[in-house]
Write a protein that binds this ligand. Structure first.
Ligand code: PMP
Length: 424
């Protein structure tokens, strides 16, 4: 199907055929949901042995009684686990509660209220702003929006954020005090940042406001579907550029063990960790060390974690293959959309023709298939071209992913043809 070269008569004919197909699908009264990147029940089962693993032995190897209060940094063995995931030294890791998003929220709050490493608190700036590579993760944007921190879009490329644009913005605006990055299997594009991108990001600290921080949300650090994809080390790059204070890294086991009951990690320079702890110590006496110990026992060796992630990959692979096959079959030879083929992570990002995403999502919803709301992958929920749709195939069973995708591709075709007819 090539819309740009189609005659009006051809478009009208397609519209008729596609509308009839769509009506037939609506009669099935489907109720499917491919909105959020949640692990499926099968994936959660992989970690069921966490329950009971302590078997009454609550002491960590260093003698800590994990049932009691204390230990703001987290258990040493849990920090080791975070260090393995993020490939950083354990001393630079804090193991926290169940959610890395919470740690990110606290880190933003620390920068905003108190400033990192003795720098001016962001709230004292006239118009503090974050750079937001787009499309990106909606919950990052919600943090900024809630705190009244401005957001500036930076386009994503297939090697990470457009660094020419990012550098230009940072050089010319001292109120830019952060950037959100999902550096491996980015949410939603699936892109992994290249060496050049990581290097240039590490250099931003030399030209930016000294309070500038890169929020390196490595949520998919070990979530490869096939062979391991290598993400260059931001820590090494910042050390080489004398900008180690400019980056704060995050990860969690949310999509490794239990999404609601994992362990989250933050890693950064000693100066930034001291600022974070200053804020955290008024808020908590310490994290859930019993859960941290359970995780350390479950993954006694890093190889066990890797083997565990392979089991996740086996469950996820057919679902991603199904999405990609349907897209390729329907749009491979067309001008109806573009997408990346992710090698890991939780999403497939699809760009419709300009101005069609909202309509596709509405058509799909009316046919019983819930998709992430249009615009959700952009700050303030505004996709300037109304193109991006995030597909999250992990949660539903394979048959449901397949049915949902059949509806999705039909809705893309129908919305594209109707849009073209309006414009013609
Ligand atoms: N960051 C990204 C990029 C994510 O996609 C997600 C989950 N969708 C999270 C963070 C949430 O992580 P956590 O469960 O550790 O809060």
């Amino acid at each position: 199907m090539h819309i740009d070269s189609a005659s009006r008569e051809q478009l009208q004919e397609w519209e008729k055929e596609l509308s009839a197909q769509y009506q037939r699908i609506c009669e099935h009264e489907l109720s499917l949901d491919i909105t959020r990147g949640k692990p499926s029940a099968d994936q959660l089962h992989l970690a069921d042995k966490l329950d009971g693993i302590l078997n009454g032995d609550y002491r960590a190897a260093d003698g800590t009684d994990t049932r009691n209060y204390g230990g703001l940094d987290g258990l040493a063995c849990a920090r080791d686990l975070g260090a393995d995931i993020l490939q950083v030294p354990s001393e630079e890791v804090i193991a926290g509660g169940n959610s890395s998003l919470t740690l990110m929220y606290h880190a933003v709050l620390t920068g905003y209220l108190f400033g990192f490493a003795g720098n001016t608190p962001w709230r004292e700036l006239e118009n503090p702003k974050f750079l937001c590579p787009v499309p990106g993760y909606d919950r990052h944007f919600s943090i900024c929006e809630q705190l009244g921190i401005g957001m500036v879009n930076v386009p994503m490329t297939d090697s990470g954020p457009d660094m020419d644009a990012a550098e230009e913005l940072v050089r010319n605006d001292r109120d830019i005090i952060g950037i959100w990055c999902v550096p491996k299997f980015s949410n939603p594009t699936g892109v992994t940042y290249s060496e050049d991108t990581v290097d240039r990001l590490a250099q931003l600290g030399q030209i930016a406001n000294p309070g500038f921080r890169i929020f390196w949300d490595n949520a998919y650090a070990i979530h490869d579907l096939e062979q391991q994809v290598n993400l260059p080390s931001i820590r090494s790059a910042t050390l080489a550029n004398d900008t180690a204070d400019s980056v704060i890294q995050f990860a969690s086991t949310s999509k490794v063990t239990f999404a609601g009951s994992g362990v989250a990690f933050v890693s950064s320079s000693p100066a930034n960790l001291a600022s974070l702890k200053q804020q955290m110590q008024a808020m908590t006496i310490g994290p859930d060390k019993v859960n941290q110990l359970r995780h350390s026992r479950f993954f006694a060796e890093f190889t066990m974690l890797k083997e565990h992630m392979q089991k996740h990959a086996e469950i996820l692979k057919p679902k991603f293959a199904c999405v990609l096959e349907q897209l390729e079959k329907s749009f491979g030879e067309s001008d109806l959309g573009e997408w990346e083929k992710p090698r890991g992570g939780y999403f497939v990002s699809f760009n419709t023709r300009p101005g069609c995403a909202t309509e596709v999502i509405k058509l799909a919803a009316d046919a019983g298939v819930k998709l992430t709301p249009a615009g959700a992958t952009f700050p303030y929920g505004k996709d300037p071209e109304d193109r991006n749709i995030r597909i999250a195939p992990s949660f539903p069973p394979l048959e449901e992913v397949d049915t949902a995708m059949s509806v999705f591709v039909l809705c893309v075709k129908l919305a594209s043809v109707r849009k073209q007819l309006q414009m013609a």
